[in-house]
Design a protein around this ligand. Structure first.
Ligand SMILES: *[C@@H]1O[C@H](CO)[C@@H](O)[C@H](O)[C@H]1NC(C)=O
Ligand SMILES: *[C@@H]1O[C@H](CO)[C@@H](O)[C@H](O)[C@H]1NC(C)=O
Ligand SMILES: *[C@@H]1O[C@H](CO)[C@@H](O)[C@H](O)[C@H]1NC(C)=O
Ligand SMILES: *[C@@H]1O[C@H](CO)[C@@H](O)[C@H](O)[C@H]1NC(C)=O
Ligand SMILES: *[C@@H]1O[C@H](CO)[C@@H](O)[C@H](O)[C@H]1NC(C)=O
Ligand SMILES: *[C@@H]1O[C@H](CO)[C@@H](O)[C@H](O)[C@H]1NC(C)=O
Ligand SMILES: *[C@@H]1O[C@H](CO)[C@@H](O)[C@H](O)[C@H]1NC(C)=O
Ligand SMILES: *[C@@H]1O[C@H](CO)[C@@H](O)[C@H](O)[C@H]1NC(C)=O
Ligand SMILES: CC(=O)N[C@H]1CO[C@H](CO)[C@@H](O)[C@@H]1O
Length: 437
């Protein structure tokens, strides 16, 4: 047993025996299943199919990327939690990685679409199908993908939230474990309203099924539920979840092989009045041995994850903030292999990412503008063309947009906001049985 493993075991023993304190969360972590590879009724719908992607498209630094997003934690809180300390010894700790705004939902939206379109709340939105995402770039090169959402009751479930039996405490009221605001691709019509793509917005039961069948795709986004991601609980609770879920997967070659990059990050910093730096670790077999246990202080943001994926596979871009060099440096160990030149941003010039309600856009009711087309001449880190969807109004650039309008002052919302109550029946994959609200 290595020193690192010893430390992990010690941390695990500590975590599972100490009930969590705190007024908000007298909850103790309870494993939702026997293991991450066992399906469970605690997740509602069982898997109905396995993905079947035969092709593996080789990238310059990795063949698979798995992003695991947890919630609302300041850098220092994570850094002083034992499991994160131990994991840091196995990977690269990014000490200058930033979320792009507050609160949660716009960060998730930005992570796949290259912008948050002015959003500054967690309301229910949808984004029209002429707006591209990373999925368009991946599919152009036939790179397989899926997202796995813990406690989402059925694939591509459209509802705002889903409440199910409290598996952590059977005498407590049912719990809203699943939220759409943490499920980025659901919000983009170009993905969730496309019958070929929607089945790839999957549940954790599907995750178990896909791993056991050896069909985990090449681009993977993982959202734990509202207790396990530390949103409704504490960083120690989130750490206990990682001990249950992530640690065994790190040694499972069906998930983590020599060409896998696992990015463990947080959507945003908890404290709004300080910079929005989040504890982010690059883990997995694709992290070069000599870099394990090191730190990297290059300026990164959630847009960097997009540009890193683009650089790795030589993809096109979205022509939005993913091609804004200041905020989209490629992870250094990947940039080194692809020849991409990162920009050095002095500490004093690091933009403030803790700004909220400042940007105008189609998802901002107080400063509404229509959606603009991306910059079609932009050059991203992958070198390919900017994705342009059918129905894109190409001449509608940010410069040609009308001045922002305050719809909220007229008691109106942007046309892309929906009422959570009227939308649960809109799933493109019809719900059935207990998965129906
Ligand atoms: C649901 O989770 C609880 C708490 O860990 C566990 O006791 C129970 O066995 C789980 N149920 C199933 C069907 O896996
Ligand atoms: C995020 O939170 C921590 C506080 O724990 C703080 O030290 C850090 O500066 C914040 N933002 C940054 C710059 O990490
Ligand atoms: C599988 O299909 C059943 C019946 O339609 C449904 O209730 C369940 O939610 C589905 N499972 C998933 C993961 O979509
Ligand atoms: C379980 O929930 C019940 C009802 O809310 C509560 O009274 C009890 O303290 C909870 N048990 C634990 C172990 O938290
Ligand atoms: C953002 O963080 C900076 C640096 O800590 C701070 O000076 C500023 O007041 C913060 N802005 C907001 C809106 O909280
Ligand atoms: C690029 O990002 C910086 C920092 O957030 C911002 O000030 C600048 O306006 C962005 N450029 C474009 C073209 O969006
Ligand atoms: C995208 O489509 C929506 C809905 O049809 C439309 O309102 C918007 O103007 C379009 N924007 C662009 C840039 O194509
Ligand atoms: C806006 O809506 C609220 C609540 O429905 C109402 O009380 C208020 O009078 C409305 N204001 C305007 C300007 O219509
Ligand atoms: C399509 C396929 O191979 N599905 C299999 C996936 O694995 C489960 C066991 O976990 C089998 O029951 C399925 O048949």
């Amino acid at each position: 047993m290595s020193f690192t493993t010893l430390k992990l075991v010690a941390a695990a023993a500590l975590l599972s025996s100490v009930p969590l304190a705190g007024a908000l969360s007298a909850q103790t972590f309870e494993p939702p299943s026997k293991s991450p590879l066992h399906q469970t009724a605690n997740y509602t719908g069982f898997s109905n199919n396995t993905l079947n992607d035969k092709k593996v498209v080789h990238g310059k630094a990795f063949n698979r990327i798995i992003q695991v997003w947890t919630e609302n934690t300041d850098f220092d809180s994570a850094a002083s939690t034992p499991i994160f300390e131990s994991l840091a010894e196995q990977g690269i700790l990014f000490t200058n990685y930033h979320s792009v705004t507050h609160p949660s939902e716009p960060n998730y939206v930005a992570s796949v679409g290259g912008d948050f379109f002015g959003m500054h709340d967690d309301n229910m939105y949808h984004i029209p199908s002429n707006i591209s995402t990373v999925i368009d770039l991946l599919e152009d090169k036939q790179i397989s993908w899926a997202t796995y959402q813990e406690n989402m009751p059925s694939d591509a479930y459209y509802g705002y939230t889903y409440t199910s039996a409290n598996y952590g405490n059977t005498s407590a009221a049912p719990y809203s474990y699943y939220v759409r605001k943490h499920n980025p691709l659901m919000i983009y019509d170009s993905v969730s309203q496309d019958s070929k793509r929607a089945p790839r917005i999957r549940s954790f039961n599907d995750f178990a099924n896909d791993v056991v069948n050896g069909t985990l795709p090449q681009w993977v986004f993982v959202t734990p539920n509202m207790v396990n991601d530390a949103h409704d609980t504490t960083i120690d609770f989130g750490a206990a979840f990682l001990e249950y879920w992530l640690l065994p997967l790190l040694t499972d070659p069906r998930v983590n092989d020599a060409e896998t990059l696992i990015l463990l990050t947080f959507d945003e910093n908890e404290t709004y009045t300080i910079q929005n730096t989040v504890f982010t670790l690059a883990l997995g077999g694709a992290v070069p041995l000599k870099l394990r246990g090191t730190t990297d202080d290059t300026l990164y943001t959630h847009y960097s994850t997009l540009s890193t994926v683009q650089a790795n596979w030589g993809l096109g871009s979205l022509g939005r903030q993913d091609t804004n060099a200041t905020v989209s440096n490629v992870f250094s160990f990947v940039a080194d292999k692809t020849g991409y030149k990162n920009v050095k941003v002095p500490t004093s010039q690091v933009p403030h990412f803790n700004l909220t309600a400042v940007a105008s856009g189609a998802l901002n009711s107080a400063a509404y503008t229509p959606f603009a087309a991306p910059d079609l001449r932009a050059k991203g880190a992958g070198g390919g063309p900017v994705s342009s969807h059918p129905g894109l109004d190409k001449p509608c650039t940010p410069k040609s947009l009308p001045a922002p309008v305050n719809l909220a002052a007229q008691n109106k919302t942007t046309p892309w906001q929906m009422s959570p109550r009227t939308t649960s029946g809109k799933s493109i994959i019809p719900c059935a049985g207990s998965a129906c609200p």
